[in-house]
Design a binder for this molecule. Structure first.
Ligand SMILES: [Zn+2]
Length: 246
């Protein structure tokens, strides 16, 4: 029987910051967890670093700018299905596939950490260039995902904590340094220390949210990939993240 780590990890938390690469990553990675957090009265802010504008594959009827606008709208619609308020859904509008691991982008994440003051952060996998689902299934840990993860761990330590970094935040925006020392990482399927979160009651919210990303994937992908991977026990659904205290 799979142990649900939700209470153990989130029980004493009030504010959860999600920092992910693309407009659909929140729903794919932790849509059920976000819906459960919100239903328990927790505050969640969800940030997509890029606009996903290059995901139009072989279509010739649309350009990157138009597609990015569509993806950002879908992000908003999907977040609302999970219970997120519009003002808690952010898109930093960096061009898809062009997210660099640099100081300028660390500052953007630091700003949100100092403003929102999270108790814990959910982000992508900073450990691997190739993600491992099981012994047969692997995929590239997308460059935007890798950089999101690296930027976010750097933003958490030490850039958000130390007054020497980005002093404009204090003088111009009235923010204060913030320390956040707990992080959850996605794409941790094969790790023995992965934590499981029971989202059975929220699976329809996750499904409805995923279905809002009409231009990112088909309803078949939603069912056969994103929802299928949550079915780890009969009649039960789980999302998986790897917990670290840093
Ligand atoms: Zn992504």
């Amino acid at each position: 029987m799979i142990k649900d780590s939700f209470s153990e990890i989130f029980g004493d938390k009030n504010r959860v910051l999600v920092v992910l690469g693309h407009p659909d990553d929140n729903e794919i990675i932790c849509g059920g967890i976000v819906a459960r957090l919100l239903s328990e009265g927790k505050k969640v802010r969800s940030i997509a670093m890029t606009n996903g504008g290059k995901g139009f594959q072989n279509r010739t009827d649309i350009n990157e700018k138009e597609f990015g606008e569509i993806r950002k709208n879908e992000q908003l619609e999907a977040g609302k299905e999970l219970g997120l308020a519009k003002e808690d859904i952010f898109n930093l509008d960096i061009p898809d596939g062009e997210l660099e691991d640099n100081l300028e982008n660390i500052e953007k994440v630091v700003f949100h950490i100092r403003q929102f003051k999270p108790d814990i952060i959910i982000t992508q996998n900073p450990f691997d260039n190739i993600n491992t689902f099981n012994s047969e299934t692997h995929w590239v840990n997308h460059r935007d995902h890798r950089h999101t993860a690296l930027l976010t761990i750097d933003a958490a330590y030490p850039y958000s904590r130390d007054r020497g970094f980005f002093p404009d935040h204090f003088t111009k925006y009235n923010l204060e340094p913030h320390i956040v020392s707990e992080i959850l990482f996605s794409d941790a399927y094969s790790y023995p220390d992965v934590s499981y979160f029971d989202i059975t009651k929220y699976i329809n919210k996750k499904r409805n949210a995923l279905l809002k990303h009409k231009n990112a994937f088909t309803p078949e992908i939603v069912e056969e990939e994103f929802l299928e991977e949550t079915k780890l026990e009969p009649e039960k659904n789980f999302e998986r993240l790897r917990y670290y205290k840093i």
